[in-house]
Each structure stands twice: as C-alpha cells, then as structure tokens.
Design a protein around this ligand. Structure first.
Ligand SMILES: [Zn+2]
Length: 81
C-alpha cells in the first residue's frame, strides 16, 4: 500500500510486502540523479511517520493522505510492519 506516489508529490513511500516501510529513492539522499538515491527503510510505522514529517518540514510536496494513511494503519495494525 502506498502513502505517496511520484505522481502525487516529491516522494514515493509505501509499505512493502516483505514487512517494512520504504521511501523509494529518498530525495533526502542528495545525489545528482534521483535514480541513484538510496532507499530509506524502517521497521515501524512511527519511524515512517517521523521520516515523512521530516520531508514535510524540509518543504517537500507531500500529499495529506500520506500521514493520514499511516495514522490509520498505526491504529488498525499497530506500530510494527
Ligand atoms: Zn524519504
């Protein structure tokens, strides 16, 4: 399930089928080419919330539904992926 896709904002973050959160080619990993950026991964939804809030604070375009979805999932499924 994705929290944000490239078509919606400046990051592509989702819950992987393998059981962790991923911020794909995280724009915080500053390189010349976004394709070379490293993925950010985490084991808990709170970490992903913190990570995405960092994007918001840094001025990235993040869809409102990203944090709303994460808070909903946190309530429903708990903190661990
Ligand atoms: Zn990121």
């Amino acid at each position: 399930m994705s929290y944000s896709r490239w078509s919606e904002g400046d990051l592509y973050a989702f819950e992987s089928a393998e059981g962790y959160g991923i911020c794909m080619n995280c724009p915080f990993d500053r390189v010349d080419n976004i394709e070379d950026a490293a993925d950010f991964t985490c084991d808990t939804r709170l970490e992903m919330i913190g990570h995405i809030k960092g994007h918001v604070r840094a001025g990235f375009d993040v869809p409102d539904r990203a944090l709303a979805q994460l808070r909903e999932d946190l309530k429903r499924y708990g903190n661990n992926y």
